[in-house]
Design a protein around this ligand. Structure first.
Ligand code: DGT
Ligand code: CA
Ligand code: CA
Length: 570
């Protein structure tokens, strides 16, 4: 978690310096460091025992010193100093699009606006409009941006699941040292794209020992409460809350079920139990005073006459009714996944070599991996010219000959240009095993029409991130998804579930919507570095939340079947 803490500090430090009007190169360096550290695959504390931080590509002397300072002391002096000069509400307002540091500083100096609430007030009472340069148009745009922010997940103070993933992994690993069984519950276990807080369940006969140990973990900034069976703390990273419960083994299943939720699902379950003269709570299922289930989750469901329901389905959206009839669909399992179909290498804007990605993918147990770098017109992301792409294909052939146990597919993420044409000619597309098409330019212009036109091409297989939304607060493209789904069905084109945690696109509701058509899905992490490869699980979580099966997802096919599907699409 130390990586995430540092990434957050460098990002806030960049914000602070930008507000102050400091040197732009310095600001960019901190932002870059934040990005590199956030996705760095090794724990920086462990790394420092082996090598200097300057060995990490993109990390210079100055940043390296600050990382060291944080690891040794728990803070960075420069950040503590810079923070003092800035009203803390500014950090929140900087997250709003169109609201830059210059405007914020100006509005603070003129009207003492240091919180979002105050900003809204001066907008409404007309005093903002009195300021020089604050025309109607600008204020209108600002209003829209604030609304977008407030309705976004971040504005609602929820956390992106991928942002807290490393924290959960680390807390669970640490707690496992003193108690064998520790399970994340709540919205995280249900794989929602954002979570309000982290819920953990530990099994132990010695509750106090576990909670005592928990509150001394180094990444905690505040202890809210502690008891024999419960503790609540706030993490340094993002200031997120963690609720820990400790139960005895004979109540594990009941507590896991309760603590996983959702609340609506639990309420429905309790109502059904009640109608059968049973009582369900965190400790078990009871008939009068007699406990009839509680040790396992499956036992809890079965004791009230229901089929077991996978956590990702528990949203009270029809799953309980199916469980009553014992008709829960056989949704895809995490171990059905055989390989990532959307990874960027250092040929374009990724940081890893193809060989390195292949080795990691193999170690992760994948059977195949598709390297899909950007196409030629995406110059800002290192898009590949036709010549370089041909060289890259040769390199993949060479590696495939040498490496055993994993197959690398030759791919590309080909842009759909503003005029609806694809960014490589057919003669080039033909040389690839897998062609993913995406829009990275002209978000508001004819997006549906361009998608439909691109989908006429005989060489494309997949449409990437079909809505273009970002959970951090970017509206998606102006796209008519049903038209895209219809065309996908007609042309046998696959739709991507992009698993990068800020995208998660298609999301669960859109996959459910697409499922009404005869369409297959692919899962791609869109990884630009090694650390991002693990997020394939988030894509699979979406698939499970949308109740789809392993037959619906081409990443669950054997290599032979996958190749067949990709061939047939042409
Ligand atoms: P979040 O944290 O907003 O992303 O959503 P959850 O689902 O993780 O909710 P949280 O952390 O408030 O509570 C964890 C679980 O505990 C929740 O999913 C179901 C259970 N729970 C919490 N409050 C209630 C309640 O009032 N009634 C019932 N039946 N269950 C509850
Ligand atoms: Ca929660
Ligand atoms: Ca909670």
């Amino acid at each position: 978690m130390i990586n995430q803490e540092l990434a957050e500090i460098f990002s806030l430090l960049a914000d602070a310096l930008e507000y102050k009007g400091d040197n732009i190169f310095k600001i960019r360096a901190y932002r870059k460091a934040s990005r590199i550290i956030k996705d760095f695959s090794l724990n920086l504390r462990e790394f420092s025992k082996e090598k200097p931080f300057t060995e990490i590509p993109g990390i210079g002397e100055g940043i390296a010193k600050k990382i060291k300072e944080y690891i040794e002391t728990g803070h960075i002096h420069k950040f503590e100093e810079e923070k003092k000069n800035i009203p803390c509400g500014i950090f929140e307002m900087l997250k709003i699009q169109y609201l830059g540091p210059k405007t914020l500083k100006y509005v603070y100096e003129e009207l003492r606006v240091d919180t979002l609430e105050k900003l809204k007030n001066v907008m409404n009472d007309g005093s903002l409009a009195q300021l020089h340069g604050m025309g109607d148009k600008k204020i209108e745009r600002l209003k829209e941006a604030i609304e977008l922010y407030e309705t976004s997940e971040i504005g609602k103070k929820r956390f992106l699941i991928g942002d807290i993933y490393p924290a959960i992994e680390e807390i669970v690993a640490r707690l496992k040292k003193i108690t064998g069984n520790v399970t994340p519950c709540g919205s995280y276990r249900r794989m929602k794209e954002t979570v309000g807080d982290i819920d953990l369940l530990a099994v132990s006969d010695k509750g106090q020992q576990v909670t005592d140990f928990f509150i001394t973990l180094p990444f905690i900034s505040k202890v809210i409460s502690i008891g024999y069976t419960k503790a609540t703390v706030i993490l340094k990273n993002h200031g997120i809350q963690v609720d820990l419960r400790v139960v005895k083994p004979d109540s594990f299943g009941a507590c896991l079920q309760y603590f996983t939720g959702s609340k609506a699902h639990n309420i429905k379950l309790r109502t059904i139990a009640k109608s059968k003269g049973l009582k369900v709570n965190e400790y078990g299922v009871f008939k009068g005073k007699k406990k009839i289930a509680g040790a396992t989750e499956k036992g809890v469901y079965e004791s009230i006459g229901l089929e077991y329901i996978p956590p990702e389905m528990r949203e009270d959206s029809g799953e309980v009714e199916l469980a009553i009839k014992h008709k829960i669909p056989r949704i895809v399992e995490y171990d059905n996944f055989k390989g990532d179909l959307h990874v960027h290498s250092n040929y374009s804007d990724g940081t890893s070599s193809i060989l390195n990605i292949a080795k990691i993918a193999k170690a992760m147990g994948f059977e195949y991996i598709a390297i899909c770098d950007h196409s030629q017109s995406v110059t800002y992301a290192g898009g590949l010219s036709e010549d370089i792409l041909a060289k890259k294909n040769e390199e993949i052939d060479r590696i495939n000959e040498k490496i055993k146990g994993i197959f690398i597919l030759k791919g590309a993420e080909v842009d759909i240009l503003r005029n609806g044409k694809l960014d490589y000619p057919d003669s080039v597309l033909k040389t690839l095993d897998i062609v993913i098409c995406a829009i990275h330019q002209g978000f508001r212009k004819n997006v549906t029409k361009r998608f439909l036109e691109a989908m006429e091409n005989p060489f494309i297989h997949i449409i990437a991130h079909p809505t273009g939304r970002l959970l951090s607060g970017r509206k998606g493209y102006d796209v008519d998804l049903d038209k895209v789904f219809e065309k996908a069905q007609d042309r046998g084109i696959i739709l991507e579930i992009n698993s990068y945690f800020n995208r998660l696109d298609l999301n669960d509701t859109n996959v459910k919507r697409a499922k009404k058509y005869d369409i297959k899905f692919s899962i791609g992490t869109d990884a630009h570095n090694d650390g991002m490869l693990k997020y394939w699980r988030l894509g699979l979580g979406i698939a499970r939340r949308a109740w789809i099966t392993k037959e619906d997802i081409i990443n669950c096919y054997t290599l032979r079947k996958l190749k067949n599907v990709l061939r047939k699409e042409k």
